[in-house]
Write a protein of this length. Structure first.
Length: 204
């Protein structure tokens, strides 16, 4: 039986599922569900199938940990990329933001987050061990620490710099054209492109 205010349990269940997504309130969830109800069955089936296939078939690149359709992403498999330069980012959104600038031709390493004790995220929860292994394997001349200019981002930069200090590799950070407190995915392409091009040595 549906809860008071919902004429249908099916409707209520669908609204609850949409509302479980981050940033989606119940009113927005209700509007989205009602919009789907107005579409023809073919559209709705394609929508549902795309979500199911996403969950079942998506890969995380074995080299950089970015999201990919294959075991190795298109960037890591591109022979024209400079594999001696690694750009360390928090998530796939940051890879997309930097790629949109057209200013970077190296490869990436996606941490899967940043150190945040408040959120219960520590170094062991991130892809830092594999970054150290990658740099330790040789052939890397520069590691760009392209994390958000927040306290959590700076803490993660510092931790990574300590882990990589034993290697003969240049550590750089984005130029401070990215304002303190900004997240990369919300920085405009021109500013982010300049920050990549004008990066500077990292100082602890």
């Amino acid at each position: 039986m549906s809860s008071p205010g919902f004429p249908s349990k099916l409707l209520e269940n669908a609204v609850n599922e949409f509302a479980s997504l981050p940033g989606i309130g119940r009113k927005t969830a209700f509007r989205l569900v009602m919009n789907l109800l107005k579409r023809d069955s073919g559209e709705v089936e394609r929508f549902g199938e795309s979500i199911i296939r996403l969950h079942r078939e998506i890969h995380y690149c074995k080299i950089c940990h970015s999201i990919s359709d294959n075991e190795i992403c298109s960037i890591c498999s591109d022979d024209k990329r400079d594999r001696s330069i690694i750009c360390v980012v928090e998530n796939i959104q940051d890879v997309m933001a930097i790629e949109n600038t057209g200013q970077f031709r190296g490869i990436y390493h996606v941490l899967g987050g940043i150190i945040s004790p408040v959120d219960g995220i520590g170094p062991a929860d991130l892809k830092i061990d594999s970054l150290e292994e990658k740099v330790g394997g040789g052939g890397i001349s520069e590691v760009i620490l392209a994390l958000s200019t927040t306290m959590e981002g700076d803490t993660t930069n510092f931790y990574i710099s300590r882990r990589l200090a034993k290697f003969d590799v240049l550590l750089t950070t984005l130029a401070r054209g990215v304002a303190v407190g900004d997240e990369l995915e919300y920085t405009d392409e021109i500013t982010l492109g300049r920050a990549i091009s004008n990066r500077s040595p990292y100082h602890k």
